[in-house]
Write a protein that binds this ligand. Structure first.
Ligand SMILES: CC(C)(COP(=O)(O)OP(=O)(O)OC[C@H]1O[C@@H](n2cnc3c(N)ncnc32)[C@H](O)[C@@H]1OP(=O)(O)O)[C@@H](O)C(=O)NCCC(=O)NCCS
Length: 212
């Protein structure tokens, strides 16, 4: 993604291990009695599966405040401006998906996929989870959703760029099956290189453009 990463992107320590819903929930409950240490943040956050009202859906204009807030807390530079976000919401070659309840309520995370007509490759342009919800499964769900949306539109591969110093995101992508395919030197405004990753997508039936 062509953007910087804000300080506070947590490391391995605050993480809910395990990829199953039950395991993630149990780990959080197990941590909660101890509020004196690094576990506190986990107690304050809820896992994706503990929030049944939250679903992943297309963003609407009423989500713009929430999206702007996510940009501020997730990226130190190259943030998507409100007007860009607004344009992306209705753009035919973009899928801006949010993990949220009703439009206008809190937005816990988002994923943005860009498409090019006639190309088998889609691009994960951005993904971010609210700082207090990180490590609770939102990123995993948003990434799976981005892959499903891209595959549903007939794309075979999802590609992305990530700052070489964003170790957390790199581990996240590698754990989710992304393969390093190259590097773009001095890709970011501060001179940092980007690592390029891709993943072959499972074939699915074509999806509708709109709806939840
Ligand atoms: C990267 C990001 C989207 C991950 O979202 P998340 O909700 O914290 O991730 P999840 O809780 O769903 O974790 C998914 C998996 O990735 C791993 N993972 C995620 N972030 C990690 C980190 N910082 N360090 C190590 N592992 C990490 C988890 O262990 C987990 O593995 P599992 O599925 O086997 O349990 C989130 O940390 C974020 O918003 N970061 C700031 C913005 C950013 O850097 N975006 C990427 C720009 S390229």
């Amino acid at each position: 993604m062509p953007r910087g990463v804000a300080a506070g992107n947590h490391g391995r320590d605050g993480f809910v291990a395990g990829s199953r819903r039950g395991a993630a929930t149990a780990r959080i409950l197990e941590f909660c009695p101890d509020s004196a240490s690094t576990s506190r943040r986990l107690c304050e956050s809820q896992s994706f599966w503990q929030m049944p009202g939250v679903k992943i859906r297309y963003a609407k204009d009423a989500d713009l405040d929430g999206l702007e807030g996510l940009e501020r807390q997730s990226f130190a530079s190259d943030r998507l401006a409100r007007r860009s976000l607004r344009r992306l919401i209705s753009h035919p070659t973009a899928a801006l998906r949010v993990a949220a309840e009703e439009p206008g309520g809190p937005v816990h995370g988002y994923g943005l996929v860009l498409f090019r007509k006639g190309s088998s490759v889609a691009r994960l342009y951005s993904i971010a989870v609210a700082a207090r919800q990180r490590g609770a499964g939102f990123g995993r769900q948003l990434l799976a959703d981005a892959e499903a949306v891209a595959a549903g539109r007939g794309h075979r591969v999802l590609r992305l760029e990530v700052r070489e110093d964003n170790r957390g995101a790199i581990r996240f992508y590698e754990a989710k099956g992304y393969r390093l395919i190259g590097r773009r030197e001095a890709y970011y405004a501060d001179g940092m290189d980007a690592l390029r990753y891709e993943k072959a997508l499972a074939r699915t039936r074509p999806a509708r453009r709109r709806g939840n």
